[in-house]
Write a protein that binds this ligand. Structure first.
Ligand SMILES: [Zn+2]
Length: 240
């Protein structure tokens, strides 16, 4: 009976370890997650800034052409204005000139706005670029450390799986069937140590006679309250 109980305890501990290792393997450290997020955000901001710069540069180029054309037009009307021979011609040319001037002003104002926004974007891109260099080293180191930890967990996980198979074989089919039944209804803690005179899982106080039977472990004993299999931690140390 003691052997069977020892086997169950070993299974419970191996299953606990397996759960912990899987979590370790699948959960990157918070610091790394923060670095990854920071990197992704910076990357997105840079992308956004570069796209915006491209758009603005495109608008700038076409505006510059339009401004040049309008300036030529203005020159043309100014010459015409100096050559008019009557009031009717003069007012027609002045009206054309006004129209060109106002178009020109709108486009020149927009060009100035674009120029200012481009200055800001260039500054942002330079700042974002500078920071990413030192942070890249930090991030790559964190990634490498995490990768090592992940591999170590993976290796230990394989050992745990092997030990689990070994304990299962040693217990035999009948004992394994009872364990599985217990496990199905009480996972992830089916086999629990007593805590003084209480159950460490549900914290119920145990009958003194039950505590005594757990300590002598002649038979498998279950918590009256949560029906988990109990054992005395003094007799089954964690290293066992
Ligand atoms: Zn209990």
């Amino acid at each position: 009976m003691r052997e069977q109980l020892a086997g169950y305890i070993a299974l419970q501990r191996l299953l606990d370890r397996r759960t912990a290792l899987k979590r370790e393997r699948d959960t990157p450290p918070e610091a790394l997650t923060a670095l990854r997020t920071q990197f992704a955000e910076r990357h997105d901001k840079l992308e956004h800034a570069r796209k915006r710069r491209e758009t603005l540069q495109g608008e700038q180029a076409s505006l510059q052409k339009e401004v040049e054309a309008l300036r030529e037009e203005r020159e043309h009307f100014r010459k015409q204005k100096s050559q008019v021979t009557n009031m009717k011609q003069l007012s027609a040319v002045v009206s054309e000139l006004d129209h060109v001037e106002s178009q020109l002003k709108g486009k020149e104002d927009r060009l100035l706005e674009i120029w200012q926004e481009l200055e800001g974007i260039d500054g942002d891109i330079a700042t974002l670029g500078e920071e990413s260099q030192e942070e890249r080293t930090l991030r790559e180191q964190a990634e490498a450390t995490w990768e090592q930890g992940r591999k170590a967990a993976e290796t230990e996980l394989a050992d745990v799986e092997r030990d689990l198979r070994m304990v299962q074989r040693e217990l035999g089919e009948a004992a394994m069937a009872s364990f599985k039944k217990l496990w199905e209804s009480r996972r992830p803690n089916a086999v629990v140590p007593i805590d003084g005179t209480g159950c460490s899982a549900c914290h119920a106080d145990l009958r003194p006679s039950l505590v005594q039977m757990v300590r002598t472990n002649e038979e498998l004993q279950f918590c009256d309250h949560c029906r988990r299999l109990l054992y005395d931690p003094e007799q089954f140390q964690a290293s066992a």
